[in-house]
Ligand binder design. Structure first.
Ligand code: 1CP
Length: 345
């Protein structure tokens, strides 16, 4: 069994210090990332080139020494493999110019074969693994079916979810057909990433927090569970639902080894409720990193005090690093994880 700190934390073994990593730790807040991106010409070009994807995955590890490297890629790429046009517009983010409209489009989505459709992902994982320091864990990831359905139906940022909710409430059987196809694609892609060398995987459900508990249980959770089946016993899994405070019992019941918490969740309370069953990741508010390094340290110590050294804590932000973040703030966050854990006051 591996003694990498991140994997030990996912097994809830006691550690002197929690492992630490950040969502979106590779990205535009790093000057070396912006340089590679400018030379590559665009975001998708970086994702499709295993050498570039590996390089930007490793950049934050070299600079800050986190305990996990998350593959540089995007949750939306499997939708492109299923047949959807995906473009990244400068300043606007990812767009599907032809979002799904009705049962015909849904039935036309292809099943994916990750080794051929997403071979650049496996190749990038292999390259990162070859250069990764011994203590660093390689993370793969996918979007959860509900979040993927949001982008596929809305075509862009799904803040309003009008099309998603219309389909869900008017034609639930068609919505569930879409969710089933997405679950199978995610299952295949997670399994492929593990086969390629990912040592743990994260399932990101960025938008499911907008559902109430009953709708999450009916329309989202069964498909996340199906998506996670292919990796049972192969690699530890971490489930994340942004703004999912009201869904924690349901997320904990997905059967993953870890649960990532956003900053609105009381970490002490979450440890009392779930700490005997799950590793818990989180949960500093990413906007704290817009502050001064000494304040980042202090606020990180508050998070560590809430976890109080209990086994299974993975120090992380409650969501991704913001692009306006100074690298010094990320350094302060990572350093705080290595200092003595403050006791709960
Ligand atoms: O340079 C750029 O302009 C690209 C910005 C960017 C980056 C750095 C995008 C576009 N994706 C990524 C990488 C990415 N995305 C990773 C890599 C690993 C890491 O964390 O460092 C991961 C895990 C993701 C996951 C992702 N993409 C999620 C789920 C997690 C979350 O943040 O909630 C979501 C919802 C996306 C969609 C996406 N891709 C990119 C953007 C700007 C967005 C959000 C679009 C929107 O809804 O407005």
């Amino acid at each position: 069994m591996s003694d990498k700190p991140m994997l030990r934390a996912l097994r809830r073994e006691p550690l002197d210090h929690p492992p630490v990593w950040l969502m979106r730790q590779a990205g535009r807040y790093l000057p070396e990332y912006r340089e590679v991106r400018a030379a590559a010409g665009g975001f998708l070009e970086m994702c499709h080139d295993p050498a570039l994807a590996a390089e930007v995955t490793l950049q934050p590890i070299r600079r800050f020494g986190m305990d996990a490297a998350i593959l540089f890629s995007d949750i939306l790429l499997p939708l492109a493999s299923m047949g959807m046009d995906l473009v990244f517009e400068e300043g606007r983010g990812p767009i599907f110019p032809n979002p799904l409209r009705g049962a015909g489009d849904i039935d036309a989505l292809r099943a994916i074969d990750p080794a051929s459709d997403l071979g650049f992902v496996g190749a990038a994982i292999e390259r990162v693994k070859a250069e990764l320091p011994d203590h660093v864990t390689m993370l793969g990831f996918c979007g959860a079916p509900y979040t993927l359905a949001c982008y596929a139906l809305e075509g862009g940022n799904p803040k309003e979810q009008r099309t998603v909710r219309t389909l869900m409430h008017r034609e639930p059987e068609v919505f569930e057909r879409l969710m089933g196809k997405l679950a199978d694609a995610v299952a295949a892609h997670l399994e492929y990433q593990v086969a390629s060398g990912a040592e743990a995987v994260v399932l990101f459900d960025t938008w499911a927090g907008d559902l109430n508990r009953a709708d999450y249980e009916r329309f989202a959770a069964p498909f996340s569970r199906r998506a996670l089946e292919s990796t049972v016993g192969k690699a530890p899994r971490i489930a994340f639902v942004r703004a999912g405070m009201h869904l924690l019992d349901s997320v904990a019941a997905l059967g993953t080894e870890g649960m990532a918490l956003d900053w609105r969740v009381d970490l002490d309370d979450a440890f009392n409720r779930f700490g005997d069953r799950l590793a818990l990741q989180g949960n500093l508010d990413p906007t704290v990193l817009l502050g001064r390094p000494e304040d980042v340290k202090r606020r990180t110590q508050d998070v560590l005090a809430a976890a109080a050294g209990r086994p299974g804590h993975i120090l992380a932000l409650g969501h991704g690093v913001l692009k306006w973040t100074q690298p010094e703030a990320v350094a302060a966050f990572v350093e705080a994880a290595r200092e003595p854990v403050p006791s709960r006051s």
